[in-house]
Design a protein around this ligand. Structure first.
Ligand SMILES: NC(=O)c1ccc[n+]([C@@H]2O[C@H](COP(=O)([O-])OP(=O)(O)OC[C@H]3O[C@@H](n4cnc5c(N)ncnc54)[C@H](OP(=O)(O)O)[C@@H]3O)[C@@H](O)[C@H]2O)c1
Length: 293
């Protein structure tokens, strides 16, 4: 049995879709089962509740061979609370139920000099260490940035022809489409032959700068889209204005600074799974319908 956390999220729902294609059995842990598509509810077992709750995990992990773990990006909490405190109950539950393999969503960056000062990335790496202490086989899908992050700025792209960020527009970074993460996650979960514990970089086919992304968006959307670099202080304030904790808002700043200074490029030298969706295809398939809606 494969247990899937966060099946309503952008990665989790893709993992579920791919597991269905593979014909795998799975149990989904969802706070609100009615948010799952009816065909998903009919196809898979569902345990209702939060995957941060020990009692829910105890039910969900009964007889589980493999677990897909994703920490909700709850920016109102501190990084310690969101990544580590949320994960502690699953470590106990995985030990108790002797789960053989855990596949987790993490970030790129271990092994670089930024590992201890990269905000959300440092928190993700500390979470991986905690998960590995359960003693299960472990694969951390180490993703850099999701292409899908750009879609969060769909309103500004539609209304102002702009997207924003704190990073120099010329710095090239890797990015991955969340649909591809679903494919990689489902394959790892369905494959009972691997063992050991490691993070594996999961990278899209190209590194692009924000200026290059703006050019591709302009071509696909048929109108001029510009990238605007904003100061780190304004970038942080935007998170605070939306209700993020000081810890999380500063975590975003530390993470983006580390990216700007080359953390992702260093992390990408580690053994990597290359995914197929390039940014142009992602804009055609995902961003364009959202911007035109
Ligand atoms: N964005 C990036 O560039 C990037 C890069 C690397 C790694 N990551 C990691 O990717 C993860 C985010 O993945 P995502 O974008 O797929 O997430 P997402 O789409 O925001 O989905 C979050 C999921 O968590 C559930 N959830 C939210 N709050 C919860 C709570 N308090 N208790 C239990 N479940 C809760 C949601 O369920 P409901 O439907 O019930 O709300 C949903 O299924 C984070 O761990 C982040 O660190 C992100």
């Amino acid at each position: 049995m494969i247990v899937i956390t966060a099946p309503t999220g952008q990665i989790g729902r893709n993992v579920v879709r791919e597991l269905a294609k593979l014909g795998a059995s799975a149990r989904l842990v969802a706070r609100d089962a009615s948010k799952l598509d009816p065909d998903v509810r009919a196809r898979f077992e569902v345990v209702e509740g939060s995957h941060g709750d020990s009692a829910v995990l105890d039910r969900a992990l009964e007889g589980a061979d493999a677990l897909f773990w994703l920490v909700p990006p709850n920016a109102a909490l501190t990084l310690e609370q969101a990544y580590l405190d949320f994960t502690r109950p699953v470590v106990e539950a995985a030990r108790k139920h002797q789960v053989r393999r855990i596949v987790s969503v993490t970030a790129l960056g271990r092994g670089t000099r930024w590992a201890h000062e990269a905000g959300l990335v440092s928190a993700s790496i500390a979470m991986d260490d905690l998960l590995m202490s359960a003693g299960s086989g472990f694969r951390g899908m180490a993703m850099p940035s999701f292409m899908d992050n750009v879609a969060r700025q769909a309103a500004a792209i539609r209304e102002k022809g702009l997207f924003f960020g704190p990073i120099d527009g010329d710095v090239r970074l890797p990015a991955t489409a969340t649909s591809d993460m679903g494919v990689v996650g489902a394959q790892l979960l369905d494959d009972a032959t691997w063992s050991g514990q490691e993070e594996v970089a999961v990278l899209g086919p190209e590194d692009l700068s924000n200026l290059e992304m703006a050019e591709i968006m302009s071509q696909v959307l048929g109108r001029s889209i510009r990238y605007q670099q904003i100061p780190y202080a304004s970038f942080k304030q935007q998170f605070l204005d939306r209700g993020a904790s000081e810890s999380f808002a500063q975590g975003y700043v530390d993470m983006y600074r580390a990216k700007e200074e080359g953390m992702d490029a260093a992390g990408a030298k580690r053994a990597a799974i290359r995914t197929s969706t390039d940014f142009r295809t992602w804009v055609e398939r995902v961003l364009k319908p959202v911007v035109l809606a």
